[in-house]
Design a binder for this molecule. Structure first.
Ligand SMILES: [Zn+2]
Length: 339
């Protein structure tokens, strides 16, 4: 990563300056906590921040202000994802980590580091972990071994048990400004128009913008899902239920896929709503302006508003055990139509 694209304090992080500064200060003063709860919506950069912090914690540079140096053995090993003192645990295919996996993490954290200062465990998607499984971490949190650092990543801090929240330093991440993301994408070689579109679509999710810049399939997928939405809006009841069935089959139990789809539709409906009010704000979906105008022309603002609300409800349903197919059916029947 070039130096312009590096975030605050030269950490390989885009945005989240306050969190980087907070962690760096703690490092410099030798006041690290043993547990951190990094929260924020998916693709916001939680994992990137956690990995950069892991590098800073175990970096071999002499001066603490130079950590992470990104060049020493430890920084490189973490960067490559092969470090014996770093445990990254995540459920498979969007499923939550099970209690056995959590116990394994606790056991591995208790062992002395192989070669680094700290043993660090990163637990991804902690908001999905069942309370009993979260409980398996309590002993580690109550009597942490001096060398152990636990980094919990969660879409929302509220999904962590209060006993865990109270023992962890909370770092709630916010979306990065689109301008910052755009500058970064251009620095990485993206052309101006594409960088602008991706930065708008990202909603401040740096991880999403970087993935979309590197991999065209994300934008292709978005185009497909916007086409699905167009068919739903144009279709009557039966056609809508067919689209719901098709998408449910494709998603299977993959809640992350459905979350991505709903987020695409939410930004789209917001654009339609803004257009209904003839707002001067530029649409997120700036490549679909003509379509958004046409749809807004056929809708009353309350219909667009209720589509935004229905999409938000469906997104919240994903955090429950509700039947996804039924939730999609309900959403598609709630969406306004063009008569
Ligand atoms: Zn280093």
């Amino acid at each position: 990563m070039n130096s312009e694209a590096r975030g605050a304090a030269n950490w390989p992080v885009i945005g989240h300056e306050w969190a980087v500064e907070f962690l760096q200060r703690a490092l410099a003063q030798g006041r690290n906590r043993h547990a951190y709860l990094i929260s924020g919506s998916p693709s916001l950069g939680k994992m990137r921040l956690a990995l950069a912090f892991a590098q800073a914690l175990n970096c071999e540079a002499d001066l603490v202000t130079q950590r992470p140096c990104l060049a020493c053995r430890s920084c490189l090993a973490i960067g490559r994802g092969h470090d014996p003192d770093l445990i990254v645990a995540a459920g498979e295919a969007g499923a939550p980590l099970k209690i056995d996996a959590i116990r394994d993490v606790a056991r591995l954290l208790a062992l002395k580091p192989y070669s680094a200062r700290y043993r660090i465990a990163i637990l991804d998607d902690f908001h999905l972990v069942a309370p009993q499984a979260q409980d398996a971490l309590l002993k580690t949190l109550e009597e942490p071994p001096g060398h152990a650092i636990l980094l919990l990543l969660a879409a929302s801090a509220e999904r962590a048990l209060p006993t865990i929240r109270s023992r962890a330093q909370q770092l709630p991440l916010r979306p990065a400004p689109p301008e910052l993301i755009k500058r970064h994408l251009i620095a990485e070689g993206c052309d101006d128009e594409r960088a602008d579109l991706l930065a708008r679509l990202s909603g401040g999710r740096v991880g999403w913008a970087l993935s979309a810049a590197a991999d065209d399939t994300l934008l292709q997928f978005r185009a497909e899902m916007l086409d699905t939405l167009a068919r739903v809006v144009a279709g009557r009841r039966l056609a809508r239920l067919k689209e719901s069935e098709k998408l449910s089959r494709r998603a299977g139990k993959d809640k992350a896929l459905l979350r991505g789809v709903l987020e695409i539709w939410q930004t789209y409906w917001r654009d339609v709503l803004l257009q209904c009010y003839e707002s001067p704000v530029t649409a997120c979906n700036s490549d679909r302006r003509a379509e958004i105008r046409a749809l807004a022309a056929g809708l009353e603002p309350p219909a667009a508003l209720s589509a935004v609300a229905a999409t938000g409800r469906a997104l919240r349903t994903l955090d429950t055990n509700a039947n996804l197919r039924l939730a999609l059916d309900a959403l598609f029947l709630d969406y306004p139509g063009l008569d």
